[in-house]
Ligand binder design. Structure first.
Ligand code: AMP
Ligand code: GLY
Length: 422
């Protein structure tokens, strides 16, 4: 079958690397893709948010399955737009708008968790007309204060503040458009103290499978300090996630989440990324995302032994229950190489030199492009180096070693990925 992947990050390179290995995959297209995805299929220069352009590819290239990487087209209803425009729509991997709201509205997702008894931080939802109630709720909490823009804000919509007056001032700014329409409504949450990890569930709306868990490293600086980023590295498996903890996650979180998706009659056939926090043995949900995480995908997908194509294709006729995920026991560690200045402003178009390929390491591209045959930087997050090894330390060290060998002007990466768990 002909398959189309939407997106241009390390997540999409990983998916194209995996999907292109399937005997069931004839032609693979990636829109818009990056300098790495073109090793595995044909890049088509159409933006991930260009629904009309995507529909044209589906028609022109006879696409039978489409896998959507990023959240924005999902929340914007790409699935329904394709259904309306194409006679025989491809199998669509990703929720429709009614499911993507689990990520698209934090207020909705908190309400959902409350309704289905999914453990999460205590919260209140407010807008400019309830600012007094919002201040009273903040006064009832203790520091630090967590403010979340309701809508999509490119990963920037969560503020964590130590000072009550600062929290109140920021809240007012959020109501007056700090994050545009996304912060017209704000969720205020109790701060949870613990260690974060995530699980990835694939559901066809009837049953579900769970992919290997992961832990990402969000902040720019060593020791998880400084500004938040899209993610500076990830590891899988996660040492503190033992069978008992995973059982708790299954019983208290995954099962009620899938039941909620069914009872709300959401159009959900795709991945649910559940961001979790382990607070001294009790796991709570930080957030839902309606897609795979990046860079978590770069460690999770390489640990899946199965051919991914029949599993994803089974979402079409809701026959996922015929499949079982087989996991590779090896440890995977990915280190993200970023452009100097990221997550602030940074330069693009710097030449990249890659070392020879190395057994056990995969170089996944994120913000890269090929310009006149030369690989160049094209974004903040540039390359994710994933290594797999029976031993966790060896996996981490090998990724570090390759990260050192990759050259481009302004290159930066964290050297402490995974070290907190050694
Ligand atoms: P989110 O976009 O909801 O994942 O939030 C971004 C990050 O903020 C999370 O990965 C956490 O590190 C942090 N965070 C969000 N909510 C809370 C909370 N209630 N308590 C502590 N940290 C939080
Ligand atoms: N790495 C976090 C995310 O993809 O949202």
């Amino acid at each position: 079958m002909n398959i189309l992947i939407i997106g241009s990050g390390g997540r999409e390179h990983t998916l194209s690397w995996k999907i292109s290995q399937s005997e069931l995959c004839d032609q693979l297209y990636i829109a818009p893709g990056n300098g790495g995805t073109s090793q595995h299929g044909e890049n088509i220069s159409i933006n991930a948010n260009d629904h009309e352009g995507i529909i044209q590819i589906i028609k022109d290239k006879n696409i039978e399955m489409i896998v959507v990487g990023p959240e924005v087209p999902l929340v914007a209803g790409l699935k329904a737009d394709i259904k309306d425009a194409v006679d025989h729509p491809p199998v669509f991997v990703g929720p429709g708008k009614s499911g993507a709201i689990l990520e698209g509205s934090k207020a909705y997702s908190k309400e959902f968790m409350k309704k289905y008894d999914v453990p999460t931080a205590a919260y209140g939802t407010f807008d400019a007309s309830t600012v007094d109630e919002a201040f009273a709720f903040l006064d009832s909490l203790s520091a630090p204060y967590v403010l979340k823009a309701d809508g999509l804000a490119a990963g920037k919509g969560v503020l964590i503040l130590d000072d009550i007056d600062e929290a109140k001032a920021e809240l007012k700014e959020m109501f007056s458009g700090k994050f545009g329409d996304a912060s017209t409504t704000v969720v205020i949450e109790e701060f949870l103290d613990g260690i974060e990890f995530s699980v990835f569930v694939l559901t066809d709306g009837k049953s579900y499978v769970v992919l290997p868990e992961a832990k990402d490293y969000k902040r720019i600086g060593e020791g998880d300090t400084g500004l938040n980023t899209g993610g500076m590295g990830a590891i899988s498996p996660v040492s503190f996630v033992d069978d008992a903890l995973m059982q708790q996650v299954t019983d208290k979180i995954i099962e009620p989440t899938v039941r909620g998706i069914q009872e709300e009659k959401m159009d959900y056939r795709g991945f649910v990324f559940i961001g979790l926090i382990n607070c001294g043995g009790t796991v709570k949900v930080i957030e839902y995302n309606c897609r795979l995480g990046d860079p978590e995908t770069e460690v999770v997908i390489p640990r899946v032994k199965n051919d991914l194509v029949p599993i994803l294709y089974s979402l079409g006729d809701q026959s996922l229950s015929n499949h079982k995920i087989e996991t590779i026991d090896d440890h995977a560690a990915t280190v993200m190489l970023v452009s100097g200045g990221y997550p602030g402003s940074y330069a693009k178009g710097k030449d990249i030199e890659l070392p020879d390929s190395h057994d056990g390491t995969i170089v996944f591209h994120a913000g890269t492009k090929i310009e006149d045959g030369q690989l160049q930087t094209n974004g903040g997050r540039v390359i994710a180096v994933t290594s797999m090894h029976a031993d966790f330390t060896d996996a981490v060290n090998q990724s570090m070693s390759i990260a050192n060998q990759i050259q481009f002007e302004g290159k930066y990466f964290r050297t402490d990925i995974g070290k907190d768990l050694l």
